[in-house]
Design a protein around this ligand. Structure first.
Ligand code: NAD
Length: 290
C-alpha cells in the first residue's frame, strides 16, 4: 500500500519504520528534519498525501492536527483513508472526521497506548473511532504497528476511550502513591504493603504492574530513578484532555479534576517535568498534611 506518514517524532518514526519494514511504500513528512529507515521523505504534507491510499498522522496536539488536515485532505484522492494516531481532544477529532467525510474520504481516530517501546516493537494498542469501512481499511496497518486494535465506535470514540483510560490511570497512580506515603508514615514496610494490596481489593495496574516504589514489585521506572516510562507532562496532557471533554460533555469528573491539578502542580511548579508519572511517590513522601 502507498502510505503517507506525517509527524515522525518519538512515536511516528518507529511506527513508520515498521510499516516500511513490512513492505509498504511509505512517504514521510515532518516539519523538523527526520530520517527514518525505509521511508522516503518529501517537502510537504500535501505532497506526501497526494498519491497515498492511507495517510497516517502522529502529531503533538489537536490544533496542529487541524492545520495538517487542512493541508492533506484536499490533496487526498477519494476513497483513501486518513488515520490519526495522535492523542487529541474529541471535538477536534470529530471535526477532522467531518471534514474528511465531506471530501469523500474515510477516516479513523486511532490513538495508541504502549509508548515509545511499544511503537518500536510494533506492540501498540489502537483505540479506533470511525465507520466499519474506514476501520477495515486501517486494520491491516494497525496489525503491523500494534498487537491489538479495538473498534470503539464512530468518529471520536477512539479518543474518548484513550482519555477515559488515562484519566483512570492518573487518578489510580495518585491514589497508589499517596497510600504508599501514608503507609511509610505509619511504619508499614513497603514490601508488605505491596504483598497485601497487590492481592487485595486495592490492586490496580499502577500497583501490580508499574509499582511506584523502587525495589518493590516488577521492574518499573521507579527502579530507574523515575526516568520515563510515561512522562508526567504526557499524563498532564491527557488529564487536561479529559477535563476539556468533561466540560464539553457536561460530565462530573471530580477525581479527574484533582488529578489534573496535582499533575499540573508537579510538572509546572515542582520537579515533575521530564520525570516518570510515578514520581508522584517521592513527591508525597516529602510532604506532610499541615
Ligand atoms: P513528538 O513531539 O516526538 O513528535 C511529534 C512530531 O510531529 C515531531 O517530530 C514534530 O516535528 C512533528 N510536527 C509538529 N508539527 C508538524 C506539522 N505541522 N507538520 C509535520 N510534522 C509536524 O511526540 P510523540 O511522543 O511522537 O507523540 C506524538 C503523539 O502521540 C502525541 O499526540 C502524544 O500525546 C501521543 N502519544 C505519545 C506517547 C509517548 O509515549 N511518547 C504515548 C502515547 C501517545
Amino acid at each position: 500500500m502507498k502510505i503517507a506518514f506525517i509527524g515522525l517524532g518519538n512515536m511516528g518514526a518507529p511506527m513508520a519504520a515498521n510499516l516500511a519494514a513490512a513492505g509498504h511504500d511509505v512517504i514521510g513528512f515532518d516539519q523538523a528534519d527526520a530520517t527514518v529507515d525505509g521511508v522516503t521523505m518529501t517537502q510537504s504534507a500535501a505532497e506526501a498525501a497526494s498519491d497515498a491510499e492511507a495517510v497516517i498522522t502522529m502529531l503533538p496536539n489537536g490544533q496542529i492536527l487541524r492545520a495538517v488536515a487542512d493541508e492533506v485532505i484536499p490533496a487526498m484522492h477519494a476513497g483513501a483513508v486518513l488515520i490519526d494516531c495522535s492523542t487529541v481532544d474529541v471535538d477536534n477529532a470529530r471535526a477532522v472526521a467531518r471534514q474528511a467525510a465531506d471530501a469523500g474520504l474515510l477516516s479513523v481516530d486511532a490513538p495508541v497506548s504502549g509508548g515509545i517501546g511499544g511503537a518500536a516493537a510494533g506492540t501498540l494498542t489502537f483505540m479506533a473511532g470511525g465507520s466499519d469501512a474506514a476501520f477495515a481499511k486501517a486494520e491491516p496497518l494497525f496489525d503491523i504497528m500494534g498487537q491489538k486494535a479495538v473498534h470503539c465506535g464512530q468518529a471520536g470514540a477512539g479518543q474518548a476511550a484513550k482519555i477515559c483510560n488515562n484519566m483512570i490511570l492518573g487518578v489510580t497512580m495518585i491514589a497508589t502513591c499517596e497510600a504508599f506515603a501514608l503507609a511509610d508514615k505509619l511504619g508499614l514496610d513497603r514490601q508488605k504493603m505491596f504483598d497485601v494490596v497487590s492481592t487485595s481489593s486495592g490492586y490496580s495496574w499502577t500497583m501490580n504492574a508499574y509499582c511506584p516504589a523502587p525495589g518493590v514489585g516488577p521492574q518499573s521506572p521507579a527502579d530507574n530513578n523515575y526516568q520515563p516510562g510515561f512522562a508526567a507532562e504526557l499524563m498532564l496532557k491527557d488529564l487536561r484532555l479529559s477535563q476539556q471533554a468533561a466540560d464539553s460533555a457536561d460530565a462530573d469528573t471530580p477525581m479527574g479534576q484533582v488529578a489534573t491539578t496535582l499533575y499540573e502542580q508537579f510538572v509546572e511548579h515542582e520537579d515533575g517535568l521530564g520525570r516518570d508519572f510515578s514520581a508522584m511517590l517521592p513527591r508525597f513522601e516529602k510532604r506532610g498534611r499541615h
